[in-house]
Design a binder for this molecule. Structure first.
Ligand SMILES: [Zn+2]
Length: 64
């Protein structure tokens, strides 16, 4: 499955078994934006940009 980035419009390849039934974040490798996608049975239900881009989850553990 191919989805379009909500920010830069580039195609993001989600052609993997994992994404046939997936709900969670996806990152655009072109502009680096994070998006929340919801896929059921290989059908894309929703795609929304995530606004939290500055703080990666990994950084949070390093600070704690
Ligand atoms: Zn993008």
């Amino acid at each position: 499955m191919i989805v379009n980035c909500t920010s830069c419009g580039r195609e993001i390849n989600l052609d993997h078994k994992v994404f046939d039934d997936y709900s969670g974040p996806v990152k655009c490798f072109c502009c680096g934006i994070m998006m929340e996608v919801e896929v059921t049975d290989g059908f894309l239900h929703s795609i929304n940009p995530l606004t939290i881009t500055e703080c990666a989850p990994a950084n949070r553990f390093r600070e704690a």
